[in-house]
Design a protein around this ligand. Structure first.
Ligand code: URA
Length: 428
């Protein structure tokens, strides 16, 4: 093929061919400029979903996504940069304690985050529950915060100029059934992380009922593709595969998760949140070439100091009371026994329907809404004891949330054994 036009590019991929570098560069650039129509890009996304992309094609596609906008550069910062990305799960508040903890260990953490869509919560939605906290920062302000040794971590919204082709393509994939393509997911995530300018990256690829990828094989394939893309682009990248069959911690919902994260920073909090925070922090500190044990920075209060400084630097009031929902309802155990199952997807849908998440981009979320879990798998429960407290400003949402939770819980007479491992594998 010599001529560069959308129909030819689509038909090459439709028929199982490999796209050349020139074809990929052209189609992404033309799409960004509005010269390839949405329906043509959607057809190409569907062809890629069915036919896949080689490692070379995926790397080139990622580079073209990055080139559609501007790339940040933090190489002149006095400290090594390292970031984490999670593919998303229920109750996944790990970024909140993790970013200040890793900053307290001497790294700079430049995290560009998103808002939630569907049953998984977004980090920005959680932080926006803190009175005064602002997600939008200029690059100059980001750089000041990252340079300040008392802060060192920033979590903010990605600007419009960060991989704009991905933003448009993701919106199309969302409405054309083409999200579930490993090369498209890998290039979408990695184009934003590479453009963000971090030197090192730790990926937390979630596996299980509450994750985007339900099987270990699928998660391993995605993790491998992302690690290869990171390394090809000069970003030191590793991935952990972690379980997401059960929600992380005991809360799902914005302000509820902030409160739980502060408990972790204060030296308490649920064991699984502490374990995953420390595991990811150790990986990040190692990738940054530092030799500090994050457990010390958590125990001696340095991580909490960095959290307070990080929240204040973005206009938030770390001591302000968090928003509380206007209505609560308790869901009780129907039988006695051992809790053997607490399905992450059911809890995610319950929290979302109570108002903690959004169904469409741009919708407002309720800061106080969500689900508190009073028992986790392995705990003994007695009939009539509270299993969940539901929080919402819109009490008509209770019935839908209760319905979602009814199928999420298993209570058996005899325990099935210990709850499963949290970390299931490591790539890189
Ligand atoms: N998250 C992203 O940023 N992109 C995808 O394609 C899927 C999840």
């Amino acid at each position: 093929m010599t001529a560069l036009d959308a129909v030819s590019v689509i038909t090459v991929k439709r028929d199982g061919g490999e796209l050349s570098d020139a074809q990929i560069d052209w189609v992404v650039d033309a799409f960004t400029k509005g010269n390839v129509a949405d329906e043509q890009m959607s057809a190409l996304a569907m062809a890629i979903l069915w036919r896949g992309m080689s490692r070379r094609e995926t790397a080139r596609w990622t580079a073209a996504m990055i080139a559609s906008g501007s790339r940040m550069d933090f190489t002149d910062l006095p400290r090594p940069t390292v970031d984490k990305h999670s593919t998303g799960g229920v109750g996944d508040k790990i970024t909140l304690p993790l970013a200040p903890l890793v900053a307290a260990c001497g790294a700079a953490v430049p995290q560009l985050s998103g808002r939630g869509l569907g049953h998984t919560g977004g980090t920005l939605d959680k932080l926006e529950a803190i009175p005064g906290w602002q997600a939008d920062l200029t690059v100059t302000r980001m750089r000041e915060i990252l340079t300040d040794p008392a802060i060192g971590a920033v979590v903010c919204a990605a600007g419009a100029d960060l991989a704009p082709a991905d933003k448009r393509l993701y919106a199309l994939r969302d409405v054309t059934g083409t999200v579930e393509s490993i090369p498209l997911i890998a290039s979408s995530i990695m184009s934003k992380k590479i453009a963000e300018g971090t030197a090192a990256l730790v990926l937390d690829v979630k596996v299980g009922s509450g994750a985007f990828l339900k099987t270990l094989d699928g998660a391993r394939e995605l993790a491998t593709a992302m690690v290869e893309l990171g390394r090809d682009a000069g970003v030191q990248t590793v991935a952990l595969l972690t379980a997401m069959d059960t929600p992380l911690g005991r809360t799902a919902g914005n302000a509820l998760e902030v409160a739980e994260s502060v408990e972790v920073l204060a030296g308490g909090g649920p064991a699984d949140v502490v374990e995953l925070t420390l595991t990811l922090a150790r990986e990040m500190v190692a990738q940054a070439g530092l030799h500090t044990d994050p457990a010390d920075a958590l125990a001696d209060g340095r991580a909490m100091d960095h959290w307070r400084a990080m929240i204040s630097a973005q206009g938030g009031e770390p001591d302000a009371a968090l928003p509380v929902a206007r209505h609560t309802e308790i869901v009780r155990a129907e039988t006695s026994g051992v809790l053997t199952r607490l399905d992450a997807m059911g809890v995610g849908i319950a929290a979302w329907s109570l108002g903690a998440g959004r169904a469409r981009q741009g919708e407002r979320v309720q800061a106080g809404a969500g689900v508190e879990m009073h028992a986790k798998p392995g705990d003994s429960v007695v009939a009539g004891q509270p299993l969940f407290t539901l929080h919402t400003d819109t009490p008509e949402a209770f019935s839908r949330a209760i319905e979602a939770l009814a199928g999420a819980v298993g209570v058996e007479g005899a325990p099935e054994g210990k709850p499963g491992e949290l970390v299931l594998g490591r790539i890189g």
